[in-house]
Design a protein around this ligand. Sequence first.
Ligand code: ADP
Length: 204
Amino acid sequence: MTFILGLTGGIGSGKSAASTWFEAQGITVVDADIVAREIVEKGQPALQQIHAAFGDWVLLDNAELNRRALREHIFKDPNARKVLESITHPAIRQSIIQQLQAATSPYVILVSPLLFETNQHELTDHSLLIDATEELQIQRASQRDGQSIEQIQKIIQAQMPRQKKRSLANDIVLNDGHLDHLYSHLKPLHNAYLQRSKQKKAVD
Ligand code: ADP
């Protein structure tokens, strides 16, 4: 089995910037956010289970998931959130495992904003945190998404505190300079991961 790196960081920390750099080095990246959307696409078993659990209102006329209605529903009803997550979490995990196993690059990356929160780090051999101050997170995320500072602060508060993530991660890159500064920190880590992957393959 290939060496698997878990890549995480709070909103606006620079996870996507880092994973794009790794992809340019030929490393396959599995994105947990993309997987979470794929498993509820039209015709997917998880969407059929959500339909069965919640009823017809959860589907749009074109049989796609009515994300907005579902979001509002689980916001009002914590039990409904549990039901939803009991359907989506195992499906996400299974799909992530399949995609990680199918990868043929020297090592493979699982990028997830909730790597530790959802125990997805258990699927990985090693973790890398892209870290940034809250001030930088807010500045970058608001420029990227046009969201208000309050909205971004709410998302930051719902995520695991920065210090806790720092205590759990194996490697940490502080993304507090230009992008070239970020890349210069990623390069030696990439070389180390290539080595780790060779060692892992030799043992297998
Ligand atoms: P995340 O995926 O962690 O939410 P992104 O990688 O999308 O964060 O970064 C948020 C925004 O900030 C993006 O527009 C990205 O291009 C920009 N960005 C990230 N790191 C830097 C940096 N070191 N210097 C300048 N802009 C950056």
